[in-house]
Design a protein around this ligand. Structure first.
Ligand code: AMP
Length: 453
């Protein structure tokens, strides 16, 4: 591909699946060719393609790719494309991936100059991502590109859920996004992703321009080596889920990348980390706070998403983020459960069938306390007894702790005082080891407040 001086080669995806599709594409190309500084050099064959994503039962698209010579900056070309889409009757408020008369996507671009130029331009801003992140996975884009002599696999790779392993690369990527005005969200996880993680990532996807999911089994938050070793690791499956949700980057560093030789600093946590998980697992919350601080520093994320499933962890993280002036907003997300009420957890996979069936007691016990609260019970001892009665009726589970704490910071409640309507949270950890791979502790909690659940 050769370009005239001052002109860059740009490949534009063409599509549409409403009305006279070919006429819409030809009209758009005629308009583009008439714009000063733009030339349409070549157009691939147009082909019929089944719709991808969006509502079911859509008509087929007509798709192709145009090679342009372009003297305009890419944001200006994007604005022209949007205008042409609007003129063709596209409704920008309609459902994403829904039927549309015209779709113009900037797929890839080279730099201005004479002679052959590589298509190495990278734009990763709120309004524009070039090369297009879904380009490699879509035959209706790949094939016309190949027809025009472009190798899609030789383009810079901005595909969704691309794996970044180096913390320096992650920081640079996020810096670029912020320069492009993107709101950046991060979802810290230890992998073995399930529907609970998915809900966090979907919320981040809906609220942020760019989403990083981190997959890192953080050794600093394990106090027992066997538990660390037994923790499930399923990176390829995790990446597939991240791609499905539309996560931009999966950050999956090696342990030595996060904790190189000589690493010495750790965050000490306070009252939020005392008792319950903090009592059962020495150093656990210091390890959590340290890794979360590192991830939020690296990404400088605007928002960080955590599950209420780990309510004490959420309280510890909120405290550390406030105390250390970390600028991310911490977003707590509701617990996602199995149909029998068991909170989704990566550890559930380790439960044998008997323990798995018995594990439903954990949520049942919390519901019993909540039902008593809703019926007007405000005596902490009576609420704890309601949950305890359920737990005691299940011999396969051993209760590690069952506590009632203040909502929010999970502070210890004043002794002997009835609950007020401001709310409390009941937290529980139950161990199962009858037929599980290894002793498995399940955590759960429920809010006792007047707010609807
Ligand atoms: P983990 O990978 O277990 O460290 O969890 C990563 C994040 O996902 C944490 O913020 C958890 O609280 C959250 N999470 C785990 N399980 C669930 C669930 N069942 N519902 C909602 N969030 C969850």
């Amino acid at each position: 591909m050769s370009t005239s001086p001052g002109l860059a080669t740009v490949y534009l995806g063409l599509g549409g699946n409403l009305g006279d599709r070919e006429a819409a594409i030809r009209t758009a190309l005629a308009h583009l060719g008439a714009v000063p500084g733009l030339k349409v050099r070549r157009v691939s064959a147009l082909r019929d393609t089944a719709a991808v994503g969006g509502p079911p039962g859509q008509p087929d698209h007509l798709n192709g790719v145009a090679e342009l010579q372009c003297a305009l900056p890419l944001p200006a070309l994007l604005a022209i494309c949007k205008q042409l889409e609007a003129e063709a009757g596209r409704d920008f408020t309609a459902e994403r991936n829904g039927p549309r008369p015209l779709d113009l996507d900037i797929l890839a671009a080279g730099r201005p100059g004479g002679g052959p130029a590589p298509l190495d331009v990278v734009v990763d801003t709120r309004d524009l991502t070039v090369p297009h992140p879904r380009l490699r996975e879509r035959a209706f884009v790949r094939e016309p590109l190949v027809e025009l002599g472009v190798d899609p696999d030789a383009l810079p790779n901005l595909e969704l859920a691309r794996t970044v392993r180096d913390p320096v690369d992650l920081a640079a990527t996020c810096r670029g996004w912020r320069r492009g005005d993107c709101v950046v969200g991060v979802v810290p996880t230890m992998g073995a992703l399930h529907a609970g993680h998915r809900a966090l990532m979907e919320r981040a996807r809906a609220e942020c321009d760019r989403v990083v999911a981190t997959v890192f089994v953080n050794p600093k938050q394990f106090d027992v080596a066997a538990d660390l070793d037994a923790y499930p690791r399923t990176l390829e499956q995790d990446r597939a889920l991240c791609r499905e949700v539309g996560v931009d980057v999966v950050f999956a560093p090696a342990v030595h990348a996060m904790y190189p030789t000589g690493f010495a600093s750790e965050i000490a946590v306070g009252a939020e980390g005392e008792g319950m998980e903090g009592g059962a697992r020495a150093g656990h919350f210091s390890g959590v706070a340290t890794v979360v601080a590192k991830l939020l520093n690296l990404t400088q994320a605007d928002r960080a998403y955590f599950g209420e499933k780990d309510a004490q962890q959420l309280a510890v993280v909120r405290r550390a983020v406030t105390d250390l002036e970390i600028q991310a907003e911490v977003v707590g997300c509701p617990i996602v459960r199995e149909p029998d009420g068991l909170a989704r957890s990566s550890r559930n996979a380790r439960l044998g069938p008997r323990d798995r069936a018995a594990a439903a007691v954990v949520h049942r016990a919390l519901r019993a306390a909540r039902d008593a609260f809703v019926a007007g019970e405000r005596d902490p001892a009576a609420l704890l007894a309601a949950a305890r009665a359920e737990l005691d009726a299940e011999p396969l589970g051993t209760v590690d702790y069952l506590e009632l704490r203040a909502e929010g910071d999970l502070g210890v409640l004043a002794a002997g005082r009835a609950l007020d309507d401001g709310g409390a949270r009941m937290l529980v950890a139950v161990r199962f080891d009858t037929d599980s791979e290894c002793a498995t502790r399940l955590l759960d909690n429920i809010s006792l407040s007047r707010a609807p659940q």
